[in-house]
Design a protein around this ligand. Structure first.
Ligand code: LMR
Length: 394
């Protein structure tokens, strides 16, 4: 049977994770997969999460099924967190999904049913899983210009020109905030222009919001999504709790549909539930229940927000420290853009030869497009990384 298959390509993020684990050098610097790490290199469980888990442990009375849409209180709280008051709730439907990736997969499958001939546009570059996922859902995939590695900034004019040429048979995947892999994000004014273009052309927005709260703040990071909601009457959004609640392995995300009217919302929702039932029947509850408890409880919510804020500000400090350390050593502003980027990632614009040399000579691991995860850097590692980058790029 399996002789009919050839070997599938390995996901480069997980391949790098295995390569790093196999490197015995004690001073290795892991800038790979997108998990938050504290100064000691650990990915801690947030205290609000621990408390919510203790509450579940003490009070839960059953493990019976929850239903195809998953935890309803969770989904309502996630809609509010992402959309705020930007859209009337009678046009919104949401389902819990296994992680942001699961949420995205459910929505891609739904969109394929709704518009089988659409072209799915992703940014150039984008998260390495976007293209394979869209292709697996059966879409033709194309890329719109996004990032200029020479300056570390968004190629906004080129992006807008590409969007202006689209039409109703185009679906545009937009990173809600904290662009992965580049770290370069749209300004509020640029978001407004993107939304105006899509409103004019009829292109359909699919917003991937995996890092809300990791950029400029929970509401600030939702600016683009809410601008879409205020102007465009139908779109979808995949959100994730992996990063902002630090519950990566629990796999918690949410698929959100906004439709033109309540009747269309009901139809789209019935299709979404049909997709879920036919794939994994219903999502696992534990992680979603943690998030529901936190978001519905004032004290726990405040505790979580403070922890999230501490992570967010530390990442910004890391960015500044790395940009400063490189500038001091190189006497150039070539990497100053790192301090302007937001979220976990920055794309440094290094070539593969330099990336390979950093790996072999300095035990510095980044993705092969030069994406680095800024969150894992304690001060001593920042200084060593700056030495290595300046040494390798001289
Ligand atoms: C990443 O980009 O490193 C994260 O989103 C983890 C993943 O699933 O790829």
């Amino acid at each position: 049977m399996f002789e009919t298959l050839s070997k599938a390509p390995q996901d480069k993020i997980f391949a790098l994770m295995a390569e790093i684990a196999a490197d015995a050098r004690p001073n290795k610097i892991d800038l790979g997969i997108g998990v938050y790490k504290d100064d000691a290199g650990n990915t801690p469980i947030m205290s609000a999460v621990k408390k919510a888990e203790e509450r579940i442990f003490a009070t839960a009375k059953t493990k019976t099924y929850v239903g195809v849409a998953g935890n309803k209180g969770f989904a309502s709280a996630m809609v509010k967190l992402a959309l705020g008051d930007s859209v009337p709730l009678d046009r919104v439907r949401a389902a819990q999904a296994p992680g942001g990736t699961g949420a995205l997969w459910v929505l891609l499958t739904l969109l394929k049913r709704a518009k089988p001939d659409a072209t799915l546009w992703i940014s150039d570059p984008s998260w390495p899983n976007h293209k394979p996922m869209a292709e697996q859902a059966g879409f033709k995939v194309a890329a719109y210009p996004y990032f200029d590695p020479a300056t570390g900034t968004v190629r906004f004019d080129d992006m807008l020109a590409a969007l202006d040429k689209m039409g109703p048979s185009d679906i545009v995947l937009l990173h809600g905030c904290c662009h992965n892999p580049t770290g370069a994000n749209l300004t509020e004014d640029q978001w407004d222009q993107v939304v105006a273009s899509m409103k004019k052309t009829g292109a359909f927005p699919l917003v991937d919001m995996a890092y809300q709260g990791f950029g400029d703040g929970l509401d600030e990071d939702a600016y683009g999504l809410r601008a879409v909601a205020a102007q465009i009457d139908e779109f979808v959004c995949a959100t994730s709790c992996s990063k902002n609640f630090g519950i990566y392995r629990e796999r918690v995300g949410c698929s959100i549909i906004v439709a033109k009217d309540p009747a269309q919302a009901d139809i789209a929702n019935s299709q979404m539930l049909n997709v879920i039932r036919g794939a994994y029947s219903q999502p696992p509850d534990h992680g979603a229940e943690i998030v529901r408890i936190i978001l519905e409880d004032d004290a726990l919510r405040a505790e979580w927000k403070a922890e999230l804020e501490a992570m967010r500000t530390r990442m910004i400090e890391n960015r500044k420290a790395l940009a400063d350390a490189i500038r001091t050593r190189s006497n150039s502003s070539d990497f100053d853009f790192v301090a302007e980027h937001r979220g976990m990632f920055s794309l440094l614009g290094l070539d593969l030869e330099t990336i390979t040399r950093l790996k072999s000579e300095n035990a510095v691991y980044m993705l092969d497009d030069s994406r680095i995860n800024i969150a894992g850097l304690a001060d001593e590692r920042i200084q060593r990384l700056a030495d290595a980058i300046v040494g390798a790029t001289r």
